[in-house]
Design a protein around this ligand. Structure first.
Ligand code: FEO
Length: 383
């Protein structure tokens, strides 16, 4: 695939993967992107996952057309991109390996060598000329590992953005960008909003026409749309007005209350209500929704004097990603003694910028008249 006259795509699609990074469901697979810049000197941008070395080398050879690469630029050391660095170094012994100092430390840990005799250590502001193409390196620590650099080709105005602007899904499947890019971003990079903001700030000083990420499609048009979404996500702003109801239910009573609240919110004109059963939905989807919408209702049973395990897991997923700038409301249920609200609130004690709804719902076993009244009041407050 041609990106520009001199830049070619040599990545691969993975439809064999069960869970990306050991936890994310990827129904449409995954793409591990890699690029080649053909100039007087040739640079290869990153490698691919271990399972796809053969296919990647074959793509590479086709594009190289008998030439040999001069540089392998390693922007990110996570194995979905770096697994073939050693294989590349062995296959092309003349090629230099370009990466940050931290990436070379990781290479030593992964491959037992840091390519001492052929390493080119780069840091913020360093440049590399390939002939016609000039590459500038930009440090992007924690987007999404500490060693990450991104690379700007000022000749073709291309930003090689590492994991930034990536998404779940292989490139041979048509799907909406934002949906799977959001789930990917919130899940994988969500905790590092401040670092993404820094990178966006640096990128705003560059004249970018094309973004080449390590996952998902190459972005060539309407870049403002993608950059704006990244700005919203990394600054933890509300992307869509609406309410998420995340619930767990053992015998259906808490579910009944959650669905009644959904109905009341809709009646009152709430623009969007998303409902997730945390025991059954994709947890990453529920987490994505929580960050996307402005308000969230957490509904769960009291369980072993604490809260139901899926809700505990969900709140942990939120707080560890720096969940903030949202309104949070609670619905609790308990057949012995309902204390779930107290425990849920405690889990947010170190979270910043959250508002807690005045109204809440306390159910003892089944939904009764007084609960319906509480749900009405909560719906009114949130809608
Ligand atoms: Fe796609 Fe952080 O690796």
């Amino acid at each position: 695939m041609k990106i520009t006259e001199d830049i070619k795509y040599v990545g691969v699609n993975d439809h064999k993967i069960d869970l990306f990074e050991g936890q994310y469901d990827v129904p449409n697979g995954m793409a591990y992107n890699s690029y080649v810049i053909l100039d007087e000197k040739i640079a290869v941008m990153d490698t691919v996952d271990a399972a796809f070395g053969e296919e990647w080398f074959s793509n590479l050879e086709e594009v190289l057309n008998g030439r040999t690469p001069d540089y392998l630029i390693v922007q990110h050391m996570e194995p979905d991109h770096s697994a073939n660095v050693l294989n590349f170094a062995n296959k092309y012994p003349e090629a230099k390996i370009v990466a940050s100092q931290r990436a070379f430390v990781m290479m030593k840990n992964f491959f037992l060598t840091d390519f001492q005799d052929r390493q080119v250590v780069v840091k913020e502001g360093d440049t590399l000329s390939l002939g016609r193409h000039n590459l500038a390196f930009v440090e992007a620590p924690m987007v999404h590992w500490p060693e990450v650099i991104v690379t700007y080709d000022s000749t073709d105005k291309v930003l090689f953005s590492a994991d930034g602007f990536g998404k779940f899904g292989a490139l041979d499947v048509e799907e909406d960008w934002a949906c799977e890019a959001r789930r990917y971003y919130i899940g994988i990079v969500g905790k590092f909003g401040a670092q993404v903001q820094k990178l966006l700030q640096k990128a705003s000083g560059l004249d970018i026409e094309i973004i080449c990420p390590l996952h998902g499609p190459v972005l060539t048009e309407n870049l403002g749309y993608y950059i704006n979404l990244y700005d919203i996500w990394s600054s933890y702003k509300v992307e869509t007005e609406g309410v998420v109801i995340a619930y767990t239910s053992v015998y259906g009573n808490t579910k009944k209350a959650a669905l009644l609240l959904e109905e009341k919110l809709k009646e009152k004109g709430c623009p969007k209500v998303a409902v997730n059963d945390l025991a059954r939905c994709d947890m990453a989807e529920a987490v994505e929704d929580a960050f996307r919408y402005g308000k969230i209702v957490l509904a769960t049973t009291t369980y072993n004097g604490d809260i139901f395990p899926f809700m505990r897991e969900f709140i942990n997923e939120l707080t560890e990603r720096g969940f903030k700038n949202k309104t949070v409301a609670f619905m609790e249920n308990g057949s012995w003694a309902p204390v779930a609200k107290k425990f849920m609130m405690k889990m947010f004690e170190n979270s910043k910028g959250l508002e807690f709804a005045e109204n809440s719902v306390t159910i003892t076993s089944a939904v009764k008249e007084d609960n319906i009244r509480q749900i009405e009041l909560l719906a009114e407050e949130l809608a």
